[in-house]
Design a protein around this ligand. Structure first.
Ligand SMILES: Nc1ncnc2c1ncn2[C@@H]1O[C@H](COP(=O)(O)OP(=O)(O)OP(=O)(O)O)[C@@H](O)[C@H]1O
Ligand SMILES: [Mg+2]
Length: 516
């Protein structure tokens, strides 16, 4: 007789197990047919009275009554020899949603799950119903882990309360962010990316994206552009004369309490008598009396260090804020303070335009390495502004996507204002705890999954999805900028170089010469 579930029967058509023991509506356990295959994170279906209850497998346990923890080696080896395999395989699943008889879907399960109820593997069709999305209102980030044909969408309206992308280094944050950018821009979104490592600049090389993508870099950029891309990249520059006193203090790291230093700077500005280029500023500084000059010299050297970024004009907001435009600000090659200054300037101008209503369209601001700009302990204007937008930006149509590899180091208010999360692999317990404490929708069971995620696998939680779900994020279609370098060819190259330098013949010659 053909076993139910044996070859030829579709897995979703037969019972791979039956519920046993005591179950509640949220968590149920079932004993599994030893021939069935089921893996952690797969989905199973139970026929309930009101519809189908879908559970996600969270734990697999196998045990045996005759092979106990304290059974000795000899006994077990004898049982092994006579092929005794009396094991019980138990799976524990969490009810994630219910597909009602009328086709509607709701979260979790509110029915009894009685012992002896049949459990089937969920079908692709069921998964599509559960994770279905309205393609007009969603971006598709990838496919369900274990069900590669089931695409998972995230609601764009759900992103109004900001998104956090979090993962340890190399787990796939920038790839996930690039996928989000590609999808949003296709939908007509206005996107500004603050990109400290030139990870996104190569999006411009993509034919489809090129027309509405603008890449701006400072003359100090270390981004790896090819010749062609360089030609279509604009320079983001500042005209020294356009800097306000306040701007200068920010760039020179002169905090409010340094009143003497502020006075000296004001004196220099007065001495330039309205001319005001950086050269004029430096000339006036040189002409000061020795005492003042010594006091301010360190700060002036900060200005000198960024001399190349000063040009004939200041890049205005109209260059980087246009309806439907993707603007990537390559901030590579700059130190943290001047990077922060640029971010402050850009975010501030965008926020002003949105608050005044001058720019009507929603703006998504992607902030890479967000922990560097709005850390737990950071004070100052930029963290203040980011916190303000996190709290109030949605009212004005400014939405943040904060990207960080150190959730434990980012300001916890900002994190808790992000109501949707894309979380990839994270093994550090401090970072896990920070996420659990700050992100409302993230339960212990989500945290437990984080260390075992593969690169590119992400848990989507929060307002932009109906249920927490693990997806395999798709690869970005555009080229990546600062991804992992392939070290093997480089090792090969350096080995060759070493061999050339350390040519044994020349070594021998040298030794002979030295010893003669
Ligand atoms: N969804 C994915 N599918 C397949 N490979 C991926 C995926 N996401 C990332 N990768 C691979 O992992 C590498 C690192 O990804 P990515 O640069 O996005 O990580 P990251 O978290 O931003 O790292 P970092 O902290 O260094 O910025 C990529 O170069 C790519 O090869
Ligand atoms: Mg990255």
């Amino acid at each position: 007789m053909l076993r139910q579930g044996g070859r030829g029967v579709k897995e979703s058509d037969y019972e791979i197990g039956f519920t046993t023991g005591e179950n509640d509506s949220d968590i149920f356990r079932f004993v599994i047919d030893p021939e069935a295959e089921i893996r952690k994170w797969e989905y199973v279906t139970i026929a309930g009275k009101g519809g189908k209850i879908i559970g996600r497998v969270e734990k697999l346990t196998s045990f045996s009554d005759i092979m106990q923890e304290n059974t000795d080696y000899r006994t077990i080896s004898k049982l092994h020899d006579v092929n005794v395999r009396q094991v019980v395989d138990i799976a524990v699943a969490r009810s994630v949603g219910t597909i009602h008889k009328d086709g509607s879907v709701s979260k979790g399960n509110r029915e009894f799950i009685r012992p002896g109820t049949g459990v089937k593997k969920s079908s692709v069709e069921e998964m599509k119903i559960l994770f279905g999305y309205d393609s007009n209102n969603s971006v598709i980030l990838g496919a369900l882990s274990n069900y590669s044909t089931v695409e998972v969408g995230a609601s764009i309206n759900g992103m109004r309360r900001h998104v956090a992308i979090m993962a340890q280094t190399g787990a796939g944050k920038s790839n996930a962010a690039a996928v989000m950018i590609e999808e949003l821009v296709r939908k007509g979104a206005t996107v500004v990316v603050l990109d400290p490592h030139a990870d996104y600049a190569l999006i411009k090389a993509d034919k489809e994206m090129a027309d509405f993508t603008k890449v701006m870099k400072t003359p100090m950029s270390t981004g790896r552009y090819g010749k062609e891309l360089n030609a279509v990249t604009e320079i983001f520059s500042l005209r020294f004369q356009d800097l306000s006193e306040e701007d200068l203090f920010n760039i020179m790291r002169i905090d409010d309490q340094w009143t003497t230093l502020k006075e000296i700077v004001r004196k220099i500005i007065a001495d330039t008598r309205g001319k005001g280029s950086l050269d004029d500023f430096l000339a006036a500084f040189q002409a000061m009396d020795k005492g003042d000059r010594a006091r301010i010299a360190g700060r002036v050297s900060l200005l000198k260090a960024i001399k190349p970024i000063f040009g004939n004009a200041t890049t205005g907001i109209d260059t980087y804020l246009k309806p439907g435009q993707l603007s990537i600000l390559d901030l590579s090659g700059l130190d943290q303070d001047i990077t922060s200054y640029f971010c402050l300037k850009v975010i501030n101008e965008i926020y002003d335009r949105k608050v005044s209503g001058e720019f009507q369209y929603p703006v998504f601001i992607f902030i890479e390495e967000a922990h560097n700009f709005v850390g737990r302990e950071s004070i100052g204007k930029l963290p203040g502004l980011i916190k303000k937008i996190a709290a109030e930006g949605r009212k004005f149509g400014v939405f943040l996507v904060v990207i960080t590899q150190r959730p434990g180091k980012i300001d916890q208010d900002v994190l808790s204002q992000c109501n949707s999360q894309i979380i990839l692999r994270i093994t550090n317990p401090l970072d896990q705890r920070a996420i659990e404490e700050s992100c409302e929708g993230v339960s212990q069971s989500v945290i437990n999954d984080l260390p075992s995620l593969n690169t590119g696998e992400a848990v989507l939680v929060g307002e932009f999805v109906r249920f927490p779900v693990i997806v395999k994020v798709r690869r970005r279609e555009t080229r990546e900028g600062g991804g992992d370098i392939d070290i093997l060819p480089l090792l090969e190259k350096s080995k060759k170089l070493r061999e050339e330098i350390l040519d044994p013949d020349s070594n021998r010659d040298m030794i002979r010469r030295l010893s003669s």
